[in-house]
Design a binder for this molecule. Sequence first.
Ligand code: PBG
Length: 339
Amino acid sequence: MHTPTTLPLKERPRRLRRTATLRRMVRETRLSVDQLIAPLFVVEGKHVRQEIAAMPGQYRLSIDELIKEAQQLYALGIPAVALFPALDASLKTPDGREALNPKGLYPRAIQALKQALPELLVITDVALDPYSSDGHDGIVRQGRIVNDETVEILARMAVVQAQAGADIVAPSDMMDGRVGAIRKALDEEGFTEVAILSYTAKYASAFYGPFREALDSAPRHRPGIPPDKKTYQMDPANAREALRELRLDLDEGADIVMVKPALPYLDVIYRLRQACDVPVAAYHVSGEYAMLKAAAQNGWIDEKAAVFEVLTAIHRAGADLILTYFAGQLAQWLKQDLH
Ligand code: PBG
């Protein structure tokens, strides 16, 4: 016969895992709608909602549809959107000059959003890739992405976005010195209150594929055009180097620093959170979204459980803010039930 035994254990961690209520009470981290930023894509046109093939549930939206989407997100409690423009190929040039057009799609979209929803924070993207016929974040000359000339354009671009109403400008390009140049240009034009969210540690990642499909912004396969972004985005093998980028961004005046992608770089998020006093953001990118969606659609994982686990891990690692294509969905789930 089986005799029940009682081990002489002083500590039994399982005691605090016994019921859902108990687990809820002792939970260390929790996701909140307040920390979510929803990336959105805008295109020219009216009543346009084009689904992005590799990102089920995400769309290129014309300005009228963009506003509807933003209204829904804001009603769910999401404080901010990160906006990206999908431009017609005819507007893309080697110098990306459309980025400086104050009447272009992007400034019009920013204005329309701020007019419709003044309280919703609009985070704008500072980089040349949506406007570059070469598919790079900067100007390409003799097979190289030139730094300083690009930085000058980025600073002017940030001013155009601030004039359109951007609350926060977010340089996603990884050129050296761009945060300082953008801060200086904004201040000179009187935009001292426009904040900078810097893509501080942005890695040369394989997880940006679906985003590049959404914008048709991948580096072009042509002689003289570098086929990847490895001379400016960081090597995935490096974490110490992220601290160097952090030091520079803080010196240059970044208000929020970001790690991108998120899940493969939890250690980098953790290091940045330990090393500075400003908010740390993480960008759960398109490829991370696509992986979860694909597995869920095949019935291979439970989407809701997997999304909660992944985003909780990103928050637990130290991300105060999370940019994620799951923002709207997560906000709905957070509203529906207790966790
Ligand atoms: C480029 C940029 C990228 C993303 C946002 N801005 C990636 C890249 O092509 O380098 C990726 C976002 C995502 O994958 O969700 N400035």
